[in-house]
Design a protein around this ligand. Structure first.
Ligand code: K1U
Ligand code: ZN
Length: 176
């Protein structure tokens, strides 16, 4: 898929980022097959390691990710109806970014280990235990499907500082 044809990524405060996405059903199969490669193209072009459908204005519970390290072959993942089914009581703090809040980063506290399940494009069921960047990215993307942004995990003071900084930067440098 040509990155030039990838959909634009919505930025905060676009209200579509705050909507709860709906479950993908069999009737959505064609839409998902069309959207997933376009989302991957948008994610690679950004660049990022994940992208959720609401970030491109879709209401589907659909996520793409690629956590391959630099120099490694691409490892695109398409996750349909992903769910976090268990989370550790233990938490860890890790820096996060978000393609809908470009240039903004903050330390976020989340469960260290999770179990997640989803359906694949081929209709198979996947279930994994994840920690580290994979665990954080899965939690971040499932949050997007529920209208939650990483800033919602910060104190009101930190969140408002970051949102004000973003608004100032986006005003100074509007998208072409
Ligand atoms: O969902 C998103 O907004 C994508 C986001 C995913 C994410 C990053 C870090 C922690 C949790 C979730 C990003 O991809 S931000 C950009 C980024 O992390 C990155 C960009 C280029 C190279 C490596 C990482
Ligand atoms: Zn994000």
């Amino acid at each position: 898929m040509d990155a030039a044809r990838s959909p634009p990524i919505l930025h905060v405060p676009d209200p579509r980022l705050r909507l709860r996405a709906r479950l993908v059903t069999a009737a959505d199969a064609e839409a998902v097959r069309a959207l997933a490669p376009r989302m991957l193209a948008a994610m690679y072009a950004a660049p990022g390691i994940g992208l959720a459908a609401p970030q491109v204005g879709s209401d589907l519970r659909l996520v793409v990710m690629d956590l391959a390290r630099e120099g490694q072959p691409p490892a695109p993942m398409v996750l349909i109806n992903p769910e976090i089914t268990a989370a550790s009581r233990e938490t860890a703090i890790r820096e996060e970014g978000c393609l809908s809040l470009p240039g903004q980063y903050a330390d976020v506290e989340r469960p260290t280990r999770i179990r997640a399940r989803w359906d694949t494009l081929e209709g198979a069921k996947r279930e994994i235990e994840a920690e580290g960047l994979l665990g954080v990215c899965l939690q971040h993307e499932v949050d997007h499907l529920n209208g939650v942004l990483f800033v919602d995990h910060l104190s009101p003071l930190k969140r408002n500082m970051l949102l004000r900084k973003l608004a100032k930067e986006l005003k100074a440098k509007p998208r072409p």
